[in-house]
Design a protein around this ligand. Sequence first.
Ligand code: SF4
Length: 250
Amino acid sequence: MLLGDICTRACAFCSVKTGKPTWQDADEAHRVAEAIVEMGLSFVVLTSVNRDDLADAGAGAFAESLRELRIRRPDMGVEFLTPDFRKVQSEAADLFTRTLSSLPSNARRDLIWGHNIETVPRLYREARKGAKYERSLRLLKIAAHLPTHLATVEAKSALMLGLGETRDEVIEVLRDLRAVGVQRLSLGQYLRPTLDNLPVARYLHPDEFTEYETIGRELGFTWVKAGPLVRSSYYAEEIQGISHAETDAA
Ligand code: SF4
């Protein structure tokens, strides 16, 4: 997780600390890349807290980490799991495109750009304070349409189920995700991390996840993971076009 452990948002399902972060380390990308290489991983998911306090909302930390990683290991599989980048979505996309194009040709490999839509729009006010459903969709549309002549970039999103959403609302979100070009989808059961977080409204039966997986594939998602214990990084290393000797998911 990049950019520290204090988030500028306060999602009611999340137990990450909320506050005014002051931490920013100009050497973070370098050290992150060194650590990943030292651990012998072949695939990593880079994520971060929201940093609405930064002018670039943290996009630079993702871009620089990708660059430092691929310079050391051109074949490193990478997923970005990013915040919504609020007012600087286009700038973040431009930065990622420039970063990919500046890599040596053998390192311009596939990238997954994930952003979790988390829940249905009706529950945003309660569950995702500070976020906007349409803004998240806008970011996913940008992610799904980054220039592909440099590398294949696939957009990915995830929902937690069991927060009080209805089946119809979930299917509507899946349709919205497909409409903006999202290809990869994961669905899992929400579990309350602490008593200060939102309670679980309902535990879904595993068969319901199986049904959502079928619906997702029928809607055209090319990669779907759905199940009670599925989390957004579950089997993230399954990227078409990249073959890994090992499948160390982080
Ligand atoms: S933006 Fe992410 S890290 Fe921050 S509170 Fe929400 S879910 Fe947690």
